[in-house]
Design a protein around this ligand. Structure first.
Ligand code: EPU
Length: 432
């Protein structure tokens, strides 16, 4: 397994290009299954999660044509997905186990073919992650669902029908799955307490470009009038707000100045407000976000994660790490996932002063110094937090198990190296 070697202490200065959003791309790829015509996605990030999703779609019968492209003069990928006929209606265990977002094929295949078998994803490092809202919503839309041998078997031989759904939790995944299913259902669907994350808006915009009739985009009440057929479209994936937020912290924690090209500040308002309150200067230009912490003495801030537009759970670990370099104490509260402080014990090994209370809250006290160490994390965002700590630590940090990072951060070490970080990937077989 590859590792990252980081020699801490360099200030980061310069431009970082923000890729297309992983968490938008994954449901968008599955939405291409709703039509027998080709759909092109541009600004596609190059990540192992995207490769896993592409492998699943190939297995279902999709042909994928991927090519190099330029977005605002920067290299990117465009992919055309074409599924004239489905060869399989099964999402097998080996695919879902690698990447739980495979469950986005549920809504799409059920809507198009009236049948799907999906290996039920289990829990993961950050939480139990049930699918009850996805399944009960599809049942309310007329699907018959049973769980057998670890698989969800969903049938709707007469097609799905519109329903008035009220979500108990504003789940991102359930909103995407139901949205896809409702586009081809007969009649009108209402989703109340829908998730409002920008990635859902992106999915709804593409579905409308394919001929769907979705209104209320960006709000917590989505209304969908089912149509008989969806068609071809070309869609540009939004910029990754979590990648942008992660690099904003990289600039701030090293007291540097980074310009995040292609970042969309409108999707990051709550985390940017926190950064401003710590003392970091933030500036927006037409196509970038400038984060300037040069000469700043940061002041610790309290953070509580919440559904969008609240503070994103996917930036909690990174901001918690930033607070270690700020003056005073910060209380960090996690409300979305029940086990998302796995980075804390590793940060403690680097000299952090953090007190976790139960599963939900942590008191983070600013420390004079962090010290390099061998560390590893059990999820994507926690792994980035360890990279951040390595960037400011005295001495050398080795981040192990970086396959987590490869799932969600395109060209991580190249992007950081280009702005001044002393960071290097050590291949599995190489000597340290
Ligand atoms: N939940 C239920 N029942 C359900 C669905 C969700 O109880 O049927 C609970 C979950 O257990 C969790 C909460 O509701 O406690 C929110 O879950 P949600 O469904 O919104 O999350 P998700 O769709 O599984 C996506 C992102 C996560 C991100 C969350 C929250 C993707 C592929 N994943 O997960 O991203 O943390 O939304 O914003 O979009 C990451 O990128 O590192 C990551 C974990």
């Amino acid at each position: 397994m590859d590792r990252l070697k980081i020699n801490g202490g360099n200030q980061l200065n310069g431009k970082i290009y923000i890729s297309g959003a992983k968490n938008a791309a994954l449901p968008l790829i599955c939405a291409t299954l709703l039509t027998d015509e080709p759909v092109t996605l541009t600004n596609m990030p190059v990540l192992s999660d995207i490769r896993s999703m592409n492998a699943l779609l190939t297995q279902l019968g999709t042909s994928i044509n991927s090519r190099d492209d330029l977005i605002n003069g920067n290299p990117a990928k465009s992919c055309t997905y074409y599924t004239p006929k489905l060869e399989s209606l099964v999402a097998p265990y080996d695919y879902v186990r690698k990447m739980r977002a495979s469950y986005y094929v549920l809504g799409a295949l059920l809507a198009r073919e009236g049948y799907v078998e999906l290996s039920l994803p289990g829990g993961c490092a950050i939480g139990v992650r049930p699918m009850d809202i996805h399944l009960s919503s599809l049942e309310q839309m007329g699907a018959q669902i049973e769980i057998k041998n670890g698989y969800v078997i969903a049938k709707a031989p007469q097609g799905l029908k519109g329903a008035h759904l009220v979500f108990g939790i504003a789940s991102v995944g359930a909103t995407c799955n139901v949205l896809m299913a409702a586009t081809l259902a007969k009649g009108h669907t209402i989703i109340e307490n829908a998730a409002r994350e920008p990635e859902i808006g992106d999915l709804a915009e593409m579905l409308n470009a394919m001929g769907a009739k979705i209104s209320g985009i960006g709000s917590s009440k989505l209304e969908i009038d089912g149509v008989d057929k969806l068609h071809s479209a070309t869609h540009k994936i939004i910029a990754d707000r979590i990648e942008a937020g992660s690099y904003a912290v990289a600039g701030a924690i090293t007291r540097g100045r980074v310009e995040l090209i292609n970042a969309d500040a409108s999707t990051l308002q709550t985390p940017l407000n926190i950064l401003r309150q710590t003392g970091v200067k933030i500036e927006n230009t037409a196509d970038s976000l400038i984060v300037d912490a040069k000469g700043c003495d940061l002041i610790g801030q309290d953070i509580m994660t919440d559904y969008y537009p609240g503070f994103p759970t996917d930036l909690q670990a990174q901001f918690l790490t930033l607070m270690l370099t700020a003056e005073g104490a910060s209380m960090v509260t996690e409300t979305i996932w029940e086990n998302r402080f796995m980075h804390v014990p590793e940060l403690m090994r680097m000299g952090a002063n953090i007190n976790v209370h139960g599963h939900a809250s942590a008191i983070v006290r600013g420390v004079k110094k962090l010290y390099g160490a061998q560390v590893m994390a059990t999820d994507l965002r926690a792994s980035f937090a360890l990279v951040l700590a390595g960037l400011v630590a005295e001495g050398q940090t080795i981040v192990n198990r970086i396959y987590h990072l490869d799932r969600g951060y395109e060209k991580l070490e190249e992007k950081l190296h280009a702005v001044g970080a002393d960071i290097e990937r050590i291949k599995d077989e190489e000597e340290d």
